[in-house]
Design a protein around this ligand. Structure first.
Ligand code: AMP
Ligand code: FE
Ligand code: FE
Ligand code: ZN
Length: 285
């Protein structure tokens, strides 16, 4: 069984439509695929409708979260929620708030970039986002089109950098709130790429201990942004804290170079993970 539990579509910052993604997943030899767009469930319906025979679909979302460390540092974190009820009022409202925050923040970043001399427009960025959850990759594509950078890697190192002068923060969900909301909505939660330090600061092990105590179900061990040492560390955390270890590609189509199924979750971990959710079951193709 080939199981990939973290992927993106055009509903957020991936480049495959949900229908294209499920077909590509089956072609890549996957048996189970989770669709986990940033802060939206908008891709679920098309993915479910287009799922090929032999592909089981797990509905999910990657929640944009934040943790305020004891020393005052603000650390961005991603929490994967699976198999929750998308109509749960608190969860639905929080996703709407996150997407509205992304829109507002996108506008502000574009204004900053325009003031800095980058020849892009908000209309272009919106066209790249195409009604989906707006993110920096959409601004990056406008920057590429304008000839300001050669690719997204350069865009994220330069004008889109979280440490640069054009960056604007999003109003992310405090991670313990997100955990509670996913739980109340009958879902199961996995801490995404917990040690991806290339993206920015990561939380200390003590926060993972607190998350585990607060009901976190799993932790991504195998992820493209984790090197061998990160994987070993995450696997140790999983073992010691009784968290379910997962492996995933975090596929984004042509917005990233990773391939579908580049990292996989074991059947045993998958079965244990989905057994925790009470609201929904995986949908067989
Ligand atoms: P945002 O959520 O709008 O702050 O944008 C962050 C998103 O951009 C992440 O979820 C990744 O999908 C993507 N991203 C981060 N770094 C890179 C990179 N170097 N190249 C391409 N995409 C990236
Ligand atoms: Fe992304
Ligand atoms: Fe992520
Ligand atoms: Zn992701």
């Amino acid at each position: 069984m080939r199981i990939d539990l973290h992927t993106h579509t055009t509903a957020s910052d991936g480049t495959d439509t949900p229908a294209e993604l499920v077909v590509a997943a089956r072609r890549a030899g996957l048996d189970v695929l989770a669709v986990t767009d940033h802060d939206t469930t908008a891709g679920w319906a098309d993915a479910i409708a287009a799922r090929p025979i032999g592909l089981t679909l797990v509905t999910g979302v990657e929640f944009s979260c934040v943790h305020h460390a004891a020393d005052g540092r603000r650390i961005s974190m991603h929490l994967l929620g699976y198999l929750f009820d998308p109509d749960h009022p608190a969860l639905h409202a929080e996703l709407e708030r996150l997407r509205a925050g992304r829109l507002h923040r996108g506008r502000l970043m574009v204004a900053n970039l325009v003031a800095g001399g980058y020849p892009i427009t908000w209309e272009q960025v919106q066209a790249f986002a195409d009604g989906g959850s707006v993110g920096r990759p959409h601004i990056g594509r406008a920057l590429i089109k304008a000839g300001a950078v050669i690719d997204l890697t350069a865009a994220f190192r330069g004008p889109l950098s979280g440490r640069g002068p054009y960056y604007v923060r999003k109003p992310d969900t405090p991670v313990f709130d997100a955990l509670r909301i996913i739980d109340q909505a009958g879902g199961t939660s996995v801490f995404a790429h917990p040690l991806a330090h290339r993206r920015g600061p990561v939380v200390d092990d003590s926060v993972v201990v607190e998350l585990a105590a607060a009901g976190l179900t799993g932790i991504e061990v195998d992820h493209p942004d984790h090197d061998e040492a990160d994987r070993a560390h995450a696997a140790t955390l999983a073992r010691e804290l009784d968290l379910i270890p997962t492996g995933s590609s975090d596929y984004h189509g042509t917005n990233k170079t990773v391939r579908l199924g580049e990292n996989l979750t074991t059947p045993d971990a998958y079965e244990r993970l989905v057994a925790v959710a009470t609201a929904r079951r995986p949908i067989a193709g």
